[in-house]
Design a binder for this molecule. Sequence first.
Ligand SMILES: C[S@@+](CC[C@H](N)C(=O)[O-])C[C@H]1O[C@@H](n2cnc3c(N)ncnc32)[C@H](O)[C@@H]1O
Length: 190
Amino acid sequence: MKGRESGMPDETYWTSFFDADVALEKLLGSRVDGNVIEFGCGYGSFTVPAARRATGSVTALDIEPEMVDSVRRKAAASNLTNIQVKVRDFAAHGTGVATASQAHAMIFNLLHLEQPVSLLREAYRTLQDGGVLSVIHWRSDIPTPRGPSLAIRPTPEQCREWMAVASFHAIESVDLQTCCPFHFGLLARR
Ligand SMILES: C[S@@+](CC[C@H](N)C(=O)[O-])C[C@H]1O[C@@H](n2cnc3c(N)ncnc32)[C@H](O)[C@@H]1O
């Protein structure tokens, strides 16, 4: 089932909210040794910069075929051969990715869906020991031009609680003010 309020606006409008490369430098660093999984890749705004950093492959999943097509086109245009993009409903069927096969999991602008802890548990399952989860989401402490309704928009504190329930540790905040002023960032480890 597609997560509530997870539709996308026009791509130019969406990408105006992020400097994705700077955000990933803060969240993933300049290099990820291993594979990356991305839950709900959307247009692939973060997929391509993640693939440039990963020594392994980036598995980008989305329930919407047109989003998957968009990412495929970007991967081809960038000559990146390490992006595997698939239409998949990970809320209903999980990721299909092998246990402990990923170095990094990205959940961006998605934790307002119905079963956030289930999603985090699936991310945890896919990560190898010491693997890193990154989360970004719309802030609710300032007015934002977009984002899910405030009633379902999780705060950083709520996300931290869910992460801990899903067994993540070493949860830390990442300041995204310079690259995504309407968002907060969190990192955690398996
Ligand atoms: C708000 S968008 C965020 C896209 C991307 N993470 C970003 O930040 O640019 C959420 C994406 O998750 C996808 N999505 C929602 N529910 C899903 C599900 N159950 N399985 C797979 N993808 C899903 C939507 O189709 C949408 O492209």
